[in-house]
Every structure is written in C-alpha cells, then in structure tokens.
Design a protein around this ligand. Structure first.
Ligand SMILES: Nc1ncnc2c1ncn2[C@@H]1O[C@H](COP(=O)(O)OP(=O)(O)OP(=O)(O)O)[C@@H](O)[C@H]1O
Ligand SMILES: [Mg+2]
Length: 239
C-alpha cells in the first residue's frame, strides 16, 4: 500500500503563494502575465486550475513546478521559500516533491514503461532492489502489470498517460502536478484517467490539475479559475 507523501498529514498546508507576479519584457513592452496570485493548497486536496487559452495556466504551472521563477511575490513549497533555493536544491525539489504529468505524456521513446518509471527513482538514488520493486508496484497501481516491458509506441494514448502517471508518483512526491492530462485523449480514455486521479486522491495524494475544460475540472474537489493572470476561487457558476 502506498502512503501519502512522507511526514505530511491531511490538511497540512503544503503550497503557499502570496502575490505571485510574472512579467515578460519584449523590447519596449512589458506584459504582466500573472498579476498577483495567492493560493494555498493543503495535503490531500484535488485542485483544478481552470482557465482559457492564454490566461496564464502554463506560466503558473511552471512556477508551481519550480521550472520557472516568479517576478514578484512569495512561493513556499513544504514550508521552504523557493526563491532562496540554489539550483541543486531546486533540482532535488523537482525530483522529490513534484510529479509532473503533461498533455503529451513526455515519455522517452527508446525506453520501456519500466525504464521510464525507473528514471526519477534513479535520480533519487534509490537502491536497485527497492527501485525494481517500486517500479512494479506503481505500474501495477495504474493497471499496467501486463505492459511493463512495452515501449511507448506499443501502447495506446491512455496507457502511455498511465505510464506517465506511474512515473510521476514513483518517488511519492508531495504534489502530482498535471497540465491538461486528458488533452490528447478521447473522452472515454480521458474519463479513465480522471477515475485514476480520483483513486489516487482517495489514497491521500495531493493533485493540482491545470485545464481549460470545465467538465474535466469538475472532477476535482476544488476549482480555482484563472482569467487574464488573476485567480479566483470557485467555478463560474458559483460566482
Ligand atoms: N516566454 C514568454 N515571453 C513572453 N510572453 C509569454 C511567454 N510565455 C507566455 N507568455 C504569454 O503569457 C500569456 C499566458 O501564457 P500561458 O502559456 O501561461 O497560457 P495558458 O493559459 O497555458 O494557455 P494555453 O491554454 O493555450 O496553453 C500569453 O499571453 C503568452 O503570450
Ligand atoms: Mg498552457
């Protein structure tokens, strides 16, 4: 049985953003892409960030995932102020604290399902025997026990996304961070991925899912909307 991220209790505040801004300077022009975003996420939440194209979703995701730095404001993950971390520490945070799931799966094509899932565990220096057992455990968890030695091009889209989800949860990260995880899937397969997210969330896993699709967002326990770089709580119908 997989437990939720180590040392964290349901309801603990794991992500805190205060007044996050992101500006891009292009020549003479500065565009304010994020305009002061504040957000708290607690252990065990399933949060959807819902917004149209160009609203700043991927920009926000890159900041949450420590792939990019904000122009202003404060971001804390597991209590640590991200702006104070050096590159080595950020790399460690990306490996241990965040499990990324992308629209286009982003699997290594020349590696089997097993090898793809093993990669973050290698980076985390998990010993071989434990690593192999963990790879099998998470691949079984996503229902791919009979596909472990398949290459991505031998798998369906839904199966590839399951490999990506197994890879994302392999190190037991603090947050599963997904950007349009069903964007490349048909409705039925997308529904199955949402079912898996529900199950993982029931097991205590914290999920942040970014989407432009209200029907997908409604799978989450909590929805925040992003519009033109501003965040507001709740779906449009609650407003
Ligand atoms: N590197 C950059 N330089 C300048 N502007 C940028 C940069 N990255 C993003 N932007 C601008 O920021 C805004 C938000 O982009 P972002 O990619 O976050 O949107 P999104 O909500 O993810 O959209 P989509 O649903 O289409 O993926 C856009 O207007 C975009 O042009
Ligand atoms: Mg985007």
């Amino acid at each position: 049985m997989m437990q939720a991220a180590q040392g964290k209790k349901a309801g603990d505040r794991i992500l805190e953003m205060r007044g996050i801004t992101k500006d891009y300077v292009l020549g003479e022009e500065t565009s304010h892409v994020l305009k002061g975003i504040s957000l708290d996420v607690r252990q065990g939440e399933f949060l959807a960030v819902l917004g149209p194209s160009g609203s700043g979703k991927s920009t926000l995701m890159n900041i949450i995932g420590c792939l990019d730095v904000p122009t202003g404001g404060e971001y804390r993950l597991s209590g640590r102020l991200i702006a104070e971390q050096d590159e080595a520490s950020l790399a460690r945070i990306r490996n241990r604290e965040i499990g990324f799931v992308f629209q286009q799966f982003q699997l290594l094509q020349k590696q089997t399902a097993r090898q793809n899932v093993e990669l973050p565990l290698l980076y985390a220096n998990m010993p071989e025997k434990k690593r192999r057992a963990r790879v099998e455990e998470v691949l079984c968890r996503v229902g791919l026990e009979d596909r472990m030695d398949y290459y991505p091009n031998q798998l369906s889209g839904g199966q590839q996304q399951r490999v990506a989800i197994a890879r994302a949860i392999s190190v037991n990260p603090t947050v599963l961070l997904a950007d349009e995880p069903t964007g490349a899937l048909d409705q039925k397969t997308g529904g199955q991925v949402m079912e898996l997210f529900h199950e993982l969330n029931k097991e205590g896993r914290t999920i942040i899912m970014i989407t432009h699709d209200r029907h997908i967002a409604q799978h989450a326990g909590r929805i925040v909307r992003i519009l033109d770089g501003n965040l507001s709580e709740g779906d449009i119908e609650d407003a």
